[in-house]
Design a protein around this ligand. Structure first.
Ligand SMILES: [Zn+2]
Length: 328
């Protein structure tokens, strides 16, 4: 889960012009991605009607792209990036720290907005006392034993159960991918996060759990399963999948060399050889709606982590993790 807008873009250059250029470049990358995508779909289409339809999309996006380049003459053109077979790493938002800022800026086409939860009323923080220093100390140690470096919980009002349960499951992820636990993972409780965002991973790898959401284990469990009922998250997962999900993003930050979208395509082929639709549509139906949030597939690995380590039995998640382990 990520929060466009909430996370400050403090680690981007401050200079307004640089920021503008950065955003324009991101937009350019996205347009190139869409052009390649529809070229590939067009070239692979068997049905002439499909072929025509995809070709129209290629033309639309190309026209839009040309226009954009005219308006932004400082952007560098590279015709290679428009070739359907181009697999430059820029395609994925996780690939470099810089491009990963994408996740914060919310660049990318969000296809399935209508399924989005807009607001959740979490319990009032003032109803919960601050923990005493002994408890706080114990909580720090508990996190440390599970591979996490918890930060600044002195002022946190809420129960520890939701966090402890999450850490217990997260530990199994770190056991599975030991290199992920080489250094303790910084974990923080975020205040003032958007109510419907359960957690987020910063590009520097810090994971934030939404303090409002984790304050009360019962409410968190209830709200999460309501989202599962809406097919937003992977079937049969519980709220402990939230931290697993974020660890999926962390994994992607750790391994920028992997093409996570191609991996998803391989899984689709494995599951359904005859499927020739869009991989994003496939995960929407077969993994979770949230996993289809972005055309670049950035939420697929995280939802697979949630599904697999959350013990959902989801076939897509299982195959995805299997393939991931093989290419490591
Ligand atoms: Zn996510």
């Amino acid at each position: 889960m990520y929060i466009p807008g909430v996370t400050k873009v403090a680690d981007l250059p401050n200079d307004v012009e640089t920021k503008e250029h950065y955003k324009a470049e991101q937009k350019q990358r996205h347009q190139e991605l869409m052009i390649r995508k529809y070229k590939r779909l067009r070239d692979g289409a068997v049905d002439p009607v499909d072929r025509q339809r995809y070709n129209a999309r290629v033309k639309d996006w190309s026209a839009k792209h040309e226009e954009f380049l005219k308006d932004h003459p400082y952007l560098r053109k590279n015709p290679k990036r428009l070739a359907p077979e181009y697999t430059g790493n820029v395609e994925l938002s996780f690939n470099t720290g810089y491009i990963a800022n994408n996740m914060k800026l919310g660049v990318g086409e969000n296809k399935y907005k209508e399924g989005e939860i807009v607001h959740i009323d979490w319990p009032d923080r003032n109803k919960y006392p601050i923990h005493d220093s002994k408890d706080i100390e114990k909580m720090y140690i508990f996190a440390e034993e599970h591979g996490f470096s918890l930060r600044h919980i002195e002022g946190y009002r809420g129960d520890y159960e939701s966090i402890k349960e999450s850490l217990n499951v997260a530990k199994s992820v770190l056991d599975y991918f030991p290199e992920m636990g080489n250094k303790p993972i910084v974990l923080r409780l975020g205040n003032k996060m958007k109510s419907a965002d359960f957690a987020l991973t910063e590009t520097n790898g810090t994971i934030f759990l939404n303090a409002d959401a984790f304050r009360d284990r019962f409410t968190l469990a209830k709200e999460y399963s309501a989202a599962v009922d809406d097919k937003k998250f992977v079937e049969n997962t519980t709220f402990t999948g939230i931290l697993c999900h974020e660890l999926g993003h962390r994994f992607a930050l750790l391994h920028p060399e992997i093409d996570y979208l191609s991996l998803a395509k391989d899984v689709v082929n494995d599951i359904n050889l005859d499927y020739n639709g869009d991989v994003i549509d496939f995960v929407f139906e077969n993994l979770s709606q949230y996993s289809a949030s972005f055309d670049d597939g950035r939420e697929i690995i995280s939802e697979c982590f949630s599904g697999y380590f959350g013990g959902s039995g989801n076939l897509f998640a299982l195959k995805y993790i299997e393939k991931l382990v093989k290419i490591l």
